[in-house]
Design a protein around this ligand. Structure first.
Ligand SMILES: CC(C)(COP(=O)(O)OP(=O)(O)OC[C@H]1O[C@@H](n2cnc3c(N)ncnc32)[C@H](O)[C@@H]1OP(=O)(O)O)[C@@H](O)C(=O)NCCC(=O)NCCS
Length: 239
């Protein structure tokens, strides 16, 4: 922050930390998603009749069957895009999964037929409230849907929900990391959901620094909600 005094900087840091703390405590009652009543039930009657129920969760409170589910789905969806990096990445994801900072939205298929048909889990979002370049952000660690439930509008709906959660908690942006080899996810975020490659993404940082021949296997994408977040996270060269 050019021209800011030391005490202004300290105040700002404090304010951001308070925001993160309060975002986490807003999830304390296990009923967080009920703050978004219009998103509680999702019906797409036009083409597939899919109806889902959402449930919030935390990494340190996962049952062993949910942990197993997360690991299995990650393997199904992500082993391909990560290629040779998968074994290392799988370990990292395993560690991240149970963190107390990991917040979840679990998605259940709720068939409209009553009686003995049980809701079954079909995917999840793992997100956190964190700080990137001194901007409070909602970071999407995972968005994973079972293959049979992809392409039905659910991913878009969940990202819109996550954006609402970010805004409601005064975050400056939604940020996420995506593998370059995951071309369909890149298209989904950039073309359909209008995310941008962030100024903090390795490709942009190398470009700005004039580094040639260096490349990372991932991009960092973002959608910003205020001028400051936009200047820092979107506009290369302005930090
Ligand atoms: C990526 C993912 C979350 C997208 O969710 P989804 O439910 O399949 O996508 P949606 O049906 O909501 O698609 C929303 C829009 O994006 C488009 N889209 C989705 N996948 C696309 C693809 N592979 N290529 C081009 N467009 C795509 C859809 O056509 C739709 O456009 P429309 O609104 O004009 O109809 C989901 O496919 C998934 O779980 N993939 C595997 C895991 C993964 O890669 N996660 C992301 C890791 S960062």
């Amino acid at each position: 922050m050019a021209g800011s005094s030391r005490s202004q900087i300290i105040q700002r840091k404090k304010r951001i930390q308070e925001l993160i703390k309060s975002a986490y405590s807003s999830d304390k009652d296990n009923n967080y998603l009920s703050q978004f009543p219009t998103f509680q039930h999702y019906n797409n009657n036009n083409n597939n009749g899919l109806s889902v129920l959402l449930e919030s969760g935390r990494g340190d409170k996962l049952s062993s069957s949910l942990k197993q589910y997360i690991q299995n789905l990650l393997k199904v969806n992500m082993e391909g895009p990560f290629g040779a990096e998968w074994p290392e990445e799988e370990k990292e994801k395993h560690r991240e999964m149970s963190s107390p900072e990991a917040l979840y939205i679990f998605v259940y298929n709720a068939p409209s037929t009553p009686d003995n048909v049980k809701a079954s889990i079909i995917g999840f979002v793992h997100y956190r409230f964190t700080i990137e370049e001194e901007i409070p952000v909602l970071y999407v660690y995972e968005l994973q849907l079972e293959p049979a439930y992809q392409g039905k509008g659910l991913g878009k709906f969940l990202m819109q929900l996550v954006e609402q959660i970010a805004c409601k908690n005064s975050m400056g942006a939604v940020v996420l990391t995506v593998q370059k080899r995951n071309t369909s996810a890149i298209k989904f975020y950039l073309n359909k959901l209008r995310y941008n490659i962030s100024a903090i993404s390795p490709s942009k940082v190398y470009q700005l620094m004039g580094v040639v021949g260096e490349e990372k296997s991932y991009e960092i994408l973002c959608k910003t909600f205020d001028h400051e977040a936009k200047a820092v996270l979107e506009e290369s060269g302005s930090t």
